[in-house]
Design a protein around this ligand. Sequence first.
Ligand SMILES: Cc1cc2nc3c(=O)[nH]c(=O)nc-3n(C[C@H](O)[C@H](O)[C@H](O)COP(=O)(O)OP(=O)(O)OC[C@H]3O[C@@H](n4cnc5c(N)ncnc54)[C@H](O)[C@@H]3O)c2cc1C
Length: 384
Amino acid sequence: MNFDLTEEQALIAKSARDFAARVLAPRAADRDVTGRFPVEELQELASLGLLGVTVPGAFGGSEAGTMAYSLAMTEIARADASVSVAMAVTNMAAELICRWGTETQKKAHVPKLVGGPYLCGAFALSEPQSGSDAAAMKTTATPAPGGYRIAGTKQWITSGTHAGLFVIWAKTNPGAASRGISAFLVEKGTPGLTVGKAEEKMGLHGSSTVQLHLEDLFVPEDQRLGREGDGFRIAMTALDGGRIGIASQALGIATAALEQSARYASERVQFGVPLAEHQAIRFMLADMSTALEASRLLTWRAAFLKDQGLPFTREAAMAKLYSTEAATRACDSAIQIHGGYGYTREFPVERYLRDARVGRIYEGTSEVQRMVIAREILKSGVLS
Ligand SMILES: Cc1cc2nc3c(=O)[nH]c(=O)nc-3n(C[C@H](O)[C@H](O)[C@H](O)COP(=O)(O)OP(=O)(O)OC[C@H]3O[C@@H](n4cnc5c(N)ncnc54)[C@H](O)[C@@H]3O)c2cc1C
């Protein structure tokens, strides 16, 4: 693994860092309070080529690979995790269409996803009664002349209020468990697709998380992604890549927490010296920084493997597991370093903790990541 960034990777990271500092950081606290969805911010991300970093140029993407995507995601999340989650889901939707879609589907949807017209994408897998056990979904897609009629309810759908395109999973063969699931592409405004209750979340207030009601939703056959029954495999491979995005997001939030903590510890004086002079505080900073670097190495390794076309399921799960858990620990330490002020909105560290916490839940909980890692090491016999 080469630690030197290519010129293109460095350029994309810089472009994301500049945009985050100029546009995202100044209004992140405001979006947290108001819950305003970042419409203009996503439009600008699209115009900078940051919504489709891994997407081929032929479909409007930057074609810069997963390492570049990870770097960009880290920079965006460092300023505002809410914006980064919309970016992550859009990239995941675009990637999966590029991998599994027909040429017509790719041409019809991917440029609109990464270039702005759709604003962002949504990934509708979870349901009220099935999260970790996604194959237990109840939504059905019943054959109808020229296509399917979809019925069911999806839960926790990120960007569901604003997404221009939804990837929706449904059972085409309810008797066949995970092999009976198919994936469909559905544009916003299609009759039968309605947005339901919005969740009032602990964090990520600038991201919408909603229920979707699917009632007699007609989807033409040519909008089915892959073959009938491929859906579960499509979702799982997309989540493998998605986990690199979430690990990078956690890395970004932890970086912000460490930077803010080092700044505060250098300025705040107690017992006649800056907090940073007290060993207990220095040790917290050292532990945060060490965990951050370990997260970065795991995340970059997974990104590197994906870019090489090598298997990366285990490494992506490890990166996501470790980075999200390390980020919540780092944010908790950041609050401790800030004392009472850390528990208020005067400083951003309480937001960082609220935003980081969901990293251990979505795109597969920490427990699910451990299940994936254990399955992979037992299957391959590789223990290191
Ligand atoms: C803010 C937010 C955004 C989201 N965005 C999306 C989205 O865009 N699209 C989408 O499809 N979904 C989305 N999700 C859903 C998310 O992926 C699920 O919440 C997650 O997969 C967990 O499912 P669950 O909430 O039903 O919990 P459950 O599956 O009910 O799990 C509850 C607890 O039990 C544990 N558990 C479950 N099974 C096992 C087991 N076999 N062994 C050990 N422990 C187990 C879990 O780890 C967890 O701790 C989002 C969720 C949130 C909170």
